[in-house]
Write a protein that binds this ligand. Structure first.
Ligand SMILES: Nc1ncnc2c1ncn2[C@@H]1O[C@H](COP(=O)(O)OP(=O)(O)OP(=O)(O)O)[C@@H](O)[C@H]1O
Ligand SMILES: [Mg+2]
Length: 230
């Protein structure tokens, strides 16, 4: 098991009424090595919340997150940071590229903490290969303001993969892509999973992308339930 959620509960306080709004009501999930999982569900059902908790960007009210054999509540800040930088690749629902940096600079950002020159060079070569597979090679010097939303999204996927993460967490990675580009990204993710034994949890509204994953779950009313693949 590469990652696990155990009975995760999370609520938010509603601003006006002050009432508690349960979002995750006892969610458990096991992610095996080299396993890909799709999470679907209506808008507002808690998919981003679930992904943020799994990626240690948010804390649950109760329940346990286990990543790479380590229980997250027991880790200190520096251990957490190492886990986030080295083990997890994150593609956010909004891409969060830094506006002042070019595409290639944004993509290489995760390599900054690496001190080893060889590792950095290998990372750069890997980034260039991924950029070509995403069809972004002619845009590497553009700033995000000079890229389309879909191009930014593809760049964000490259950035998440640059460090060869053990676990890729992607929040609607094909949300702003046309059908053909979305399909290309779906194929690329399946290929990377095969080539690198990467595990992934992908939040998506796209039935095509979900169908490319090993397992499909649906989040609704705070519960995560498996869906049989057609
Ligand atoms: N920081 C917050 N404070 C209060 N409520 C929040 C907060 N973050 C999320 N919520 C609420 O929690 C619920 C789940 O939000 P979340 O972003 O996880 O949904 P989602 O499934 O990702 O939706 P979408 O498909 O639209 O991205 C929503 O009703 C949202 O309004
Ligand atoms: Mg969301």
């Amino acid at each position: 098991m590469i990652a696990e959620l155990q009975d995760i509960k999370k609520h938010y306080n509603q601003a006006l009424s002050g009432r508690q709004k349960p979002v995750l009501d006892g969610v458990s999930l096991q992610i095996g090595e080299n396993e890909s999982i799709a999470v679907t569900g209506p808008s507002g059902s808690g998919k981003t919340t679930l992904l943020n908790i799994l990626g240690t960007l948010d804390r649950p009210d109760s329940g346990t997150v286990i990543l790479n054999g380590m229980s997250v509540p027991k880790l200190n800040e520096s251990e957490l940071a190492r886990l986030r930088n080295g083990f997890i690749g994150f593609v956010f629902q909004l891409h969060f590229l830094l506006p002042q940096l070019s595409l290639i600079e944004n993509v290489l950002l995760p390599l900054m903490p690496l001190h080893d020159k060889l590792a950095r060079r290998a990372g750069r070569e890997r980034a260039m290969r991924l950029i070509e597979r995403m069809g972004l090679q002619d845009m590497i010097n553009q700033k995000p303001s000079g890229l389309s939303v879909g191009e930014c999204q593809r760049a964000a996927v490259v950035r998440a993969l640059v460090n060869k993460p053990g676990l890729l967490l992607a929040d609607e990675p094909t949300g702003s892509l046309d059908t053909e580009t979305a399909a290309r990204l779906g194929i690329l993710l399946s290929e990377l999973k095969k080539e690198e034994r990467i595990s992934m949890v992908v939040v998506t509204h796209s039935p095509e992308l979900a169908a490319r994953m090993d397992k499909i779950f649906r989040l609704g009313s705070g519960k995560l339930l498996p869906i049989n693949k057609a």
